[in-house]
Design a protein around this ligand. Sequence first.
Ligand SMILES: *Cc1c(COP(=O)(O)O)cnc(C)c1O
Length: 217
Amino acid sequence: MGVNTEKYKEILKELNGKATLVAVSKTKPVEDLQALYDLGQRDFGENYVQELVDKQAVLPKDIRWHFIGHLQSNKVKFISPFVHLVHGVDSGNLLAEINKQAIKNNRVIDCLLQVYIATEETKFGFDEAELQNVQWCNYPNVRIKGLMGMASFSNDMELVKNEFKQLKKLYDQLPAQGIQPTILSMGMSGDFKMAIDEGSNMVRIGSLLFGERNYNK
Ligand SMILES: *Cc1c(COP(=O)(O)O)cnc(C)c1O
């Protein structure tokens, strides 16, 4: 438990202002988030709606909360009053629901479309063809800021690199669809340096900062 302060500083130095660091704090106690907050961190990423809502209630109000998990439509309402950026939008239905809840809260919610780039079956997201058919303009209270993707969990760094390249290519094609993207969210603890080299400007880092996660506590 606890925050690795040295690692935090090292990562910020490595990013050198080229990418936003989202500190992924799922399963970690609020004390750990507060410790990182006290070092100046403001962007935090969570995967579970209830956990995010509980943490948001007790932590400083100027934290920018990123939802990076798989979001179910029926839970959008719980985070829509305050969420800063939803990274994992992977269906038109979800976009419609986010739009609806954004209207209720009288705000615009920023979103990233999640693209399926990995070889694994378990990861969510649009494929290339689906991405081109997203009817984003039907949802005035949703603002598509860019793309998010997760590379394969693999030691084959050539594979990972090619997946990042593929995501960057799709990102660069968004203007042809009328989207002017500014955020490419790719890279985690194990691959963020390569992600930056391949054009990422937002990395989601958990275990390097907070240590390994224990889901069985
Ligand atoms: C958990 C998670 C991360 C952080 O993973 P680490 O390997 O601990 O850095 C990043 N992105 C998503 C979508 C995650 O679910």
